[in-house]
Design a binder for this molecule. Sequence first.
Ligand code: SAM
Length: 483
Amino acid sequence: MYDVKSMKAEDFINHEEILETLEYAEKNKDNIELIEQILEKASPKKTGRGVECAGLSHREASVLLACDNPEITEKIFALAREIKQAFYGDRIVMFAPLYLSNYCVNKCVYCPYHIQNKEIPRKKLTQEEVKQEVIALQDMGHKRLAIEAGEDPVNNPIEYILDCIKTIYSIKHKNGAIRRVNVNIAATTVENYKKLKDAGIGTYILFQETYHKDSYEVLHPAGPKHNYAYHTEAMDRAMEGGIDDVGLGVLFGLDKYKYEFAGLLMHAEHLEAVHGVGPHTISVPRLKRASDIDPSTFDNGIDDDIFAKIIACIRIAVPYTGMIISTRESEECRHKVLELGISQISGGSRTSVGGYAGYSSEERPHDTEQFDVSDQRSLDEVVNWLMKGGYIPSFCTACYREGRTGDRFMALCKVGQIQNCCHPNALMTLQEFLCDYASPETKKIGEELIAKEIQKVPDEKRRARAIQYLESIKNSGERDFRF
Ligand code: SAM
């Protein structure tokens, strides 16, 4: 039976509740009066403390997603843009994935790492290789990584992951530093989550892949990942282990998108109901071509229009949750969805194990790639492109380093302090990038942007301090200022 507070996957992601939700959404998809009420409920409201948004339940959001009236779709997009502006402004946080190992004992039918794939060489970075990768990433300008590994208790035990995290944080090459390591590894035990917490990780990311239990079991025919309940309940164990920031995600293309959308929001509601804080991020990967994987053999692919609508509806339903897209998506698609709700993107990414060190920005090793990368631009090119599009690329990692994780981060959003905090932090970290890594053209565009944007910090004292810090970054080489 559906129970948002139950600790059992089959209760909080209850199949019947999803089916009823989809039926309700289908029945009401032309009910304009109800839809207008839902949009009104979700729209930002000015309160004494700032701007607040109520968000939507999975049922309400599913009605929006089901509605195919073009006028309403425009209203959905407009509201998503408004919410995005209210909480994230024009800032886009940058990150890069770092693939540690492609050894894997699972048989996930959509993933090239599956144990039966003999086409890819298996590779695991040594600590010396991790160091070289991190130096290459720092030399691009990255400050935030998401580490990725297949599931293999013998080749990639938790001790190996912890060693890698330690190595990553220890490297300070020139002015570089990795200040936040997010971790995308297989579901594990509370004890191991505690170890990850103690290692100082940022977000623990685990994609559900699909919320549909029967499909899940078919798509994961063997290996530890086959266990739907263990996988679905992982975020509860992570939070029990002390990790405040968790990142959800669905791999779109595996099952029907409306089902996944309802499941994803039910998962977010569950975390909020049980732990008092929803997911820190939601990722929206789409299935891609890869070694031994042909996406056309899967029936549930979604086109760019549906993809954009899903992103807009997530933005409206969970306004305080960051949203991430990767270089799986093309430049054109990324452009379209940025304004609808995306707050974090990867840039200059390599999805192969050992893909950064020793390769120029034009060379790309393909042998151990996890999936084809659509957006193959360098980080400098992505930063340049974002700024030309009116965005502010941010390398900020301040929140969790200042203890603003979980509900404390949400509190910052809710009291309207973002413009006094995130805005100068974004500009200061962008200034670091411009000084240390940018091409002359990117530097020029960036410095003009910073000069204009710093004036938008509302608090006078904060603005003056931020200007002082920007000068120190430029003139005395100091780094890592933050509010
Ligand atoms: N091994 C960990 C796990 O099982 O959760 C996480 C690491 S895996 C390298 C990261 C994610 O890549 C997976 O969760 C999956 O959603 C995604 N992925 C796998 N195959 C893909 C494909 N062909 N196209 C796009 N994304 C894929």
